[in-house]
Design a protein around this ligand. Structure first.
Ligand code: AHR
Length: 502
């Protein structure tokens, strides 16, 4: 499978049934993430001097792009940043807020945006905040105080502090991450599974005493390649099973060896990662004879590798340096499509997922300081999945040729999933054709009355390395193929096939 061969057409067939449902797709799998890192916050969402800035200094052009994505929740404020963060630095009068060393990213944090402003930004973006607490340098006390500040109505030290700061109504933040990547030696306050498990359990217990309505995400491994992967999950879950509602997974991919065939198959790694974590969760459930089934929060996933070298040369200790500014190409968009399909295939257990991140930092949206904002290539598969990948996820059998994808082994040329509305009247197939040749698609859709193709959206390019830039922001953009042309998936393409059923 090397060069593009439009003349040759392969055959692919899908089989699914309305009765064979994997799970209800939780809209929160279309979450994202904004960290105090690089130009994500300053120059990304917040730039008071920008021509589109609103009354709070939030960029209107960025908000418009974010709203298009239909993101229901956004993780904040980190990431590695949170493990050294004092949330108190980001509240109260701006003139009194300290500038601080951010040791996670060797930057200066001006604290112009804190939880109050961010909560307001999220509201304007149509999303809810998923907040992380610092379990690197801090612990039970600060987490307790932060929940009180955010969620307690009033009449206590921290709830009244919030009200004095101009936020009369509680924020009502429901989802809380118990730290971030605590298994990683790069983390400020890195811990063993035993140390973290105990701290997370005690912190979570006390947070829920302040607000019993919150849900908690315990840290799983930073990625499936960690030497402690598996053992970490087991130990952490043994401590936190009763108090936590989710365990986190993180994974980033990249075409480091320049091997497109192999790269396009990396969603197989995500698939295996999810299945392994599900297995461990269920093992701990059985050991504990618990009635509760642990949900998964895949709260960092994306492609991340383009900016690695450039970041090593970045000057330290500046405010909002251009860090992790991956410029995504067309093949990255295909990978993001495959990863989205993989998440949908695990709709029964993956209840939250966050594309990491949202603006400028490994992001679907890029900005120039003071200038333009545009959509990167990966914006589009995420947009389409968020718009059309809702409802029920269906077990989808795929018959098609396979190819040898290096470390990922024998891999189907087609990655696909069918989803449908609860009433079965709308059906949608999301599919990535990994092959350099077109595919004719047939399908067996049991239980659907006369599906009629109403729309075929495609993202394709002759150049796998094509990118969108400020000067050429639409080099890679979706197009509509005529539904009358039949089910033909172009070589190496992302496809959305929408059907109306009788
Ligand atoms: O998203 C960038 C970084 O990746 C996050 O700060 C960290 O949690 C992960 O390692």
């Amino acid at each position: 499978m090397t060069e593009q061969r439009e003349d040759h057409v392969m055959k692919a067939a899908l089989r699914f049934s309305r009765q064979d449902v994997i799970g209800r797709i939780d809209p929160r799998i279309y979450g994202s993430f904004l960290e105090h890192l690089g130009r994500a916050i300053y120059g990304g969402i917040y730039e008071p001097d920008h021509p589109t800035a609103d009354d709070m200094g939030f960029r209107g052009d960025v908000l418009a792009l974010v709203r298009r994505l239909g993101i229901p929740l956004v993780r904040y404020p980190g990431g590695n940043f949170v493990s050294g963060y004092c949330w108190e630095d980001g509240v109260g009068p701006r003139s009194e807020r300290p500038r601080r060393l951010d040791l996670a990213w060797s930057s200066i944090e001006p604290n112009l945006i804190g939880i109050g402003e961010f909560q307001e930004w999220a509201k304007r973006a149509g999303a809810e905040v998923m907040m992380a607490v610092n379990l690197g340098t801090r612990g039970v006390e600060e987490a307790r105080d932060l929940v009180e500040y955010c969620n307690f109505p009033g009449g206590t030290k921290y709830s009244d502090m919030r009200r004095r700061n101009g936020y009369e109504a509680p924020f009502g933040i429901k989802y809380w991450c118990l730290g971030n990547e605590m298994d990683g030696p790069w983390q400020i306050g890195h811990k063993t599974a035993e140390e973290y498990g105990r701290l997370a359990a005690e912190t979570g217990k006390v947070m829920k005493w302040v607000d019993p309505g919150i849900e908690l995400i315990a840290c799983g491994s930073s990625n499936s390649g960690m030497p402690t992967f598996g053992a970490w999950e087991r130990t952490v879950l043994e401590h936190t099973y009763d108090v936590a509602d989710y365990i986190s997974l993180h994974s980033y991919y990249g075409n480091r060896s320049g091997d497109t065939e192999e790269y396009l198959a990396c969603s197989k790694d995500m698939d295996r990662f999810i299945e392994t974590v599900v297995g461990i969760c269920d093992e701990v459930k059985a050991e504990k004879q618990s009635d509760k089934t642990m949900a998964l929060s895949f709260d960092e996933w994306n492609v991340w590798f383009h900016s690695n070298e450039q970041d090593k040369r970045q000057e330290k200790w500046t405010v909002a340096p251009p860090l992790l500014e991956d410029v995504y190409n067309f093949e990255d968009a295909l990978v993001v499509g495959c990863l989205l399909i993989t998440l949908l295939r695990h709709a029964d257990r993956v209840k939250i997922a966050c594309l990491a991140q949202l603006v400028n930092v490994i992001a679907p949206i890029m900005t120039e300081n003071g200038g333009r904002a545009w959509a990167q290539t990966i914006f589009y598969p995420f947009l389409h999945a968020s718009l059309f990948g809702r409802g029920l996820s269906l077990r989808t059998g795929v018959e098609c040729p396979c190819y040898d994808a290096g470390q990922y082994g024998k891999t189907p040329c087609l990655e696909a999933i069918a989803v449908c509305s609860e009433d079965g009247r709308e059906l949608c197939i999301l599919a990535v054709n990994r092959a350099p040749e077109a595919a004719t698609l047939t399908y067996g859709a049991e239980g659907f009355a006369d599906p009629e193709l109403t729309e075929h959206i495609v993202l394709r390019s002759d150049d796998l390395k094509a990118v969108n830039t400020a000067d050429d922001p639409e080099r890679v953009r979706p197009e509509r193929l005529s539904p009358d042309a039949g089910l033909l998936l172009p070589p190496r393409s992302w496809n959305v096939l929408r059907f109306r059923c009788g």
